[in-house]
Design a protein around this ligand. Structure first.
Ligand code: 6PG
Length: 474
């Protein structure tokens, strides 16, 4: 921090952006024996870093030129700053100080097309660029995130030892691996977040059913989710859900969950996943539903008015609490599998479209630990892709077939309860509809095709004859 005090030691790794994520990531890097320097124009943040550094080889800087000079060549500089224009501003600020062969890494949730643009731009100047997805929140950054690197493989080699050291480990295996060229890392992270949105929505719907149909208290919900986390649903999101139901309100009587406003915010990665899936023509309705529900949730006052306007008091058959818990567990397990399947299907398509050459087994492997969507299921997915690397859709894997056949009926029963009670299960219904559509050999879209031909002469194909046909419907 002190510009007058010349430091002769050169550091292994640099971080720009010393918010919680950047600072924690840097502390993690230093914990693994690498020396690290952090840059933030906010000198309070740079000071906080040095204060937390303790015995570790860490330095804080507030000037770009000091920061760059402190780094060993080729310099390895990671950015953990908000996605969007800030990334471009930081790159422009850095550029005059960099030399050919230096490496810039964007570790934020950047839009994949921005990563393609930045990589090409920096390549012209002889600077390497990697777009790396980092998942696991601030705790993950500190103690082991899942890391999704994309870009030139040679550039990744420059930081591979650091990334492998700081990542989460599952059975000693690092939750990081080179994924592919250009924006593949950011793309995979985007789909990770889309899956995250869906799993969160499904858990929220499960909560709604347990609470409104079964009358479960927060303490009972805490117990149910804790028990589920000991079984096949074991996952980070189920674990934190159990924890949430056990949290007292710190400022008033009661439980915190009951005081939290039911408007879910979003930063855009789930929406990008849905938008891009539409562009590629791949169905991911579970993720779309989760994005839509965040949208509906934000219109709180409209919903309040509509509740009073319709004043519908719906109810259905009563069901024993323990039977309901079994039903919902099965429904969640079914919907989790079908959600991952949609995300992976999208990744497979994007891999071809953008020539990422993604390896589905590798992705399943690095998602087993550290990230927000880590779950017991990921190891089963990894094995499924190991057995069949070109599996078109995870739903078609033998290991998942059994599980889907065992749980789809419970999902249907759970959805029926939701319909009777008027509980919106947009995530579950979209998920089940995807499954039913995918396993239906003949869909009614022959009629859509006929309609298109009738009003727009758009032609149709036949099931019994080759060629393109048009009917003079008049
Ligand atoms: C992660 C998270 C992280 C972030 C989400 C939140 O993998 O660590 O996904 O990236 O918490 O982007 O997204 P929303 O604000 O859109 O819910």
């Amino acid at each position: 921090m002190n510009k007058t005090k010349m430091d002769t030691q050169l550091y292994d790794f640099g971080m720009i952006g010393l918010g919680t994520m950047g600072r924690n990531f840097l502390l993690n890097v230093a914990d693994h024996g690498f020396s690290a320097v952090g840059l933030d124009k906010d000198d309070e943040k740079a000071r906080l870093l040095e204060q937390e550094a303790g015995f570790r080889k860490i330095k804080g800087a507030t000037e770009t030129s000091d920061f760059v000079q402190l780094l060993a060549k080729p310099r390895k500089i990671m950015l953990l700053v908000p996605a969007g224009q800030v990334v471009d501003i930081v790159i422009e600020d850095l550029l005059p100080h960099l030399e050919e062969g230096d490496l810039v890494i964007d570790g934020g949730n950047s839009f994949y097309e921005d990563t393609n643009r930045r990589e090409a731009y920096l390549k012209e100047k002889g600077i390497h660029f990697l777009g790396i997805g980092v998942s696991g929140g601030s705790k993950g950054a500190r103690f082991g995130p899942s890391i999704m690197p994309g870009g030139e493989e040679d550039a990744y080699e420059l930081v591979r030892p650091i990334m492998e050291a700081v990542s989460a480990k599952v059975n000693g295996v690092p939750c990081v691996a080179y994924l592919g060229k250009t924006s593949s890392g950011n793309y995979v992270k985007m789909v990770h977040n889309g899956i995250e949105y869906s799993l969160m929505q499904l858990i929220a719907e499960a909560y709604d059913v347990l609470k409104r149909v079964g009358g479960l208290s927060n303490q009972q919900l805490h117990t149910v989710f804790s028990n589920w986390n000991e079984g096949r649903l074991r996952s980070f999101l189920i674990e934190i859900t159990a924890q949430i139901f056990n949290q007292n309100d710190p400022v008033a009587e009661g439980d915190l969950i009951d005081k939290i406003l039911d408007k879910a915010k979003q930063k855009g990665t789930g929406k990008w996943t849905s938008q891009n899936a539409m562009d590629l023509g791949i169905a991911i309705p579970s993720i779309d539903a989760a994005v839509s529900m965040r949208g509906i949730s934000s219109s709180k006052s409209e919903r309040e008015a509509a509740e009073a306007f319709f004043d519908l008091q719906l109810s259905g058959a009563s069901i024993d609490q323990s039977d309901l818990v079994v039903l919902v567990e099965q429904g969640l397990y079914f919907a989790f599998i079908v959600t991952y399947a949609q995300g992976m299907r999208l990744l497979a398509e994007a891999s071809e479209e953008y020539q990422y050459n993604l390896n589905m087994e590798t992705i399943s492997r690095i998602w087993r630990g550290g990230c927000i969507i880590r779950a017991e299921l990921l190891e089963l997915m990894r094995q499924a892709y190991q057995n069949e690397p070109h599996l078109k859709n995870l739903l078609l894997a033998d290991a998942f077939k059994e599980k889907l056949l065992e749980t789809h009926k419970a999902t249907r029963l759970m959805i029926k309860l939701g319909i009777d009670y008027g509980i919106p299960l947009m995530g579950f219904t979209s998920t089940l509809a995807y499954f039913d559509a995918y396993r239906t050999a003949r869909l009614p879209l022959n009629l859509v095709q006929a309609q298109r031909d009738l009003f727009g002469a758009h032609n149709y194909e036949r099931i019994d004859l080759e060629g393109i046909f048009h009917m003079n419907w008049d």
